[in-house]
Design a protein around this ligand. Structure first.
Ligand code: ATP
Ligand code: MN
Length: 525
């Protein structure tokens, strides 16, 4: 322990609580942090002011030559080393003299690709979260543990100098990739830890020729691996949790020469309006060892999953072994199928379509979904989001770096790629309704069991997407979205509108690199 103490860079350290037991963490969280236990036995915590990530407060040290690969812009904002040193000093001042949870974990289930990560925090429930979401070393691995990367979470402090420093706010999530270190202040939201390390994996792996992906993954009985890419709320967690297929992971994966592997050791599911009938596995995962975030419960700890009064982003984190059907070691072979999930609130995209390799690149770089704007006072217009590679917020390198890697792998392993709309059908938000999970699952089953290969396909206007005319288990009328709209001309108008948003967004990828221009594979208006 004294070795760890000395390595933390703090003048004074209280007690070091390294990889302490979940029982102890629960006890500490209840005694010191106002946590409660739900009627299912899960730890219930509130994350404070922030119930989601603060992407505008994320920075990388701009220090040549180490950071020459980073794609600078709104997602990856540069700060001088001097400012990082200030943020570091603010963080260490907060942690100085405190009892600290030091949690040593792996990111990456593949021993040849994993990274050793040390997370330092004052907060017991954050250490519990880290133990749920990352991969826990064995005792032997812990003995020889040398961190590749260290993250100081000083969430109780804020940065007083942000204005002079020209930063966004008093909150900071700052990375120094050369020093292999990050500091967090001003936000307690533990998703910053999860997605912060994900960002680092997205930095390290591609530079090593390995793909890093914001996707879920599962594998069938015959060893056929499937990946599900998608932005938040599109169904990565919901749809990869399938009793008939072994879960590899629900959010972050790598793809190296041996196949697909999870970065994480746990899942992080949305629980707003959680319905035990349509998502029984996730519901059953809420028990001791799970952490419920920002949910509302009565005095007996009975949670009202329909209550979004603290946030709509209520979540549960649980170790992956809370799910029955999981893939041992969270690794599997090269994918057979890749599915891009878009929750299209315009109700334009078909529930399932098969993509050519060129379309796969186009839709991957576009990274589309649509959010439903505030549901108050009759605001019904959906808002389109385009986030490259279905996860631009977590990509330190340029999106085309990831697309090129994915494209090579798709070709090399002859992978089928599909686009699945988990959003609206029968009209846009306000008129139509969200596709049922049952129907979406039926579309996905058709892909995974290969039935879709027996279908006859037709092409839909503007998007030139190839849509099956029939598919076992799915109502034939819903397959072509135009059929589900009562007003066909309105469909055409909306389709044209969405198509032009795609076209507008894709202009940034018009490159001189004629081998890597996929404009022609996109919508044409
Ligand atoms: P994140 O990246 O934020 O973890 P995610 O892609 O994992 O997001 P999910 O947690 O799976 O998203 O969220 C999908 C939400 O949408 C769930 O709350 C689910 O119940 C709901 N839902 C409703 N209809 C569908 C559908 N047809 N397919 C998938 N999910 C649906
Ligand atoms: Mn998820």
């Amino acid at each position: 322990m004294s070795e760890i103490k000395n390595s933390l860079g703090l003048e004074n350290v209280g007690k070091i609580k390294r990889n302490v037991s979940i029982d102890q963490l629960i006890k500490d969280a209840v005694e010191n942090e106002g946590a409660k236990i739900s009627s299912e036995g899960a730890l219930m915590i509130d994350t404070g002011i922030f119930t989601g990530r603060s992407p505008k407060d994320k920075y990388f040290v701009n220090q040549d030559p180490s950071n020459k690969y980073i794609s600078w812009g709104n997602v990856n904002k540069p700060i001088d080393k001097k400012i990082y040193e200030d943020l570091r000093a603010v963080s260490l001042k907060q942690l100085n003299g405190k009892d600290l949870y030091v949690t040593d974990v792996f990111s990456g289930s593949s021993p040849s690709s994993r990274k050793s990560i040390r997370i330092i925090t004052e907060i017991a429930w954050q250490s519990h979260f880290v133990q749920n979401m990352f991969i826990m070393p064995t005792e032997e691995e812990l003995e020889n543990f040398v961190p590749d990367f260290t993250m100081y979470n000083a969430c109780k402090t804020t940065n007083p100098n942000w204005e002079e420093q020209g930063l966004n706010s008093e909150v900071y999530v700052a990375f120094d990739v050369e020093a292999n270190e990050a500091v967090i202040g001003g936000t307690w939201y533990a998703g910053e830890i999860k997605k912060g390390i994900f960002s680092m994996m997205n930095y390290w792996l591609p530079l090593d020729g390995k793909m890093a992906m914001h996707c879920s993954a599962n594998v069938g009985k015959d060893g056929d691996t499937a990946l599900f890419f998608g932005l938040s709320g599109t169904g990565k967690t919901t749809l990869s949790t399938d009793p008939h297929r072994a879960l590899i992971g629900d959010d972050e994966h790598g793809w190296d020469d041996d196949g697909v592997f999870n970065f994480e050791g746990g899942c992080y599911a949305k629980v707003i309006n959680l319905d035990p009938k349509s998502e029984p596995e996730i519901y059953a995962a809420i028990k001791k060892g799970a952490i419920l975030e920002n949910v509302v419960a009565d005095e007996n700890g009975v949670v009202d999953y329909n209550d979004g009064s603290k946030t709509e982003n209520t979540r549960v984190s649980y170790p992956i072994n809370h799910i029955d059907n999981i893939q041992p070691n969270s690794m599997a072979g090269h994918p057979t199928n890749i599915i891009f999930l878009s929750a299209d609130a315009f109700g334009v995209l078909p529930p399932v379509s098969k993509l050519t390799n060129e379309q796969a690149m186009y839709y991957f770089l576009s990274g589309y979904t649509a959010k439903v704007a505030g549901t108050e006072r009759g605001i019904t217009e959906p808002v389109a989001t385009f986030s490259a590679c279905f996860g631009e917020a977590f990509l330190p390198l340029h999106p085309t770096d990831y697309a090129k890697l994915l494209g090579q792998k798709i070709k090399e392993h002859n992978v089928n790629v599909y686009l699945v709309n988990t959003g609206w059908t029968g009209g846009a938000y306000g008129v139509g309704h969200r596709m049922s999970i049952k129907n979406t699952r039926a579309c996905i089953n058709g892909i995974l069991d290969g039935n879709i290969n027996d279908s006859e396909f037709e092409t839909i206007p503007f998007f030139n997407l190839s849509v099956p005319k029939t598919l076992a288990g799915v109502d034939t009328e819903v397959l072509n979205p135009r059929n589900t709209w009562s007003d066909k001309s309105q469909y055409d108008e909306s389709a044209k509108k969405l198509a032009s948003m795609y076209v507008e967004n894709f202009k940034k990828y018009l490159t001189d690199d004629s081998d890597f221009d996929f404009t022609a594979a996109g919508p044409q208006i």
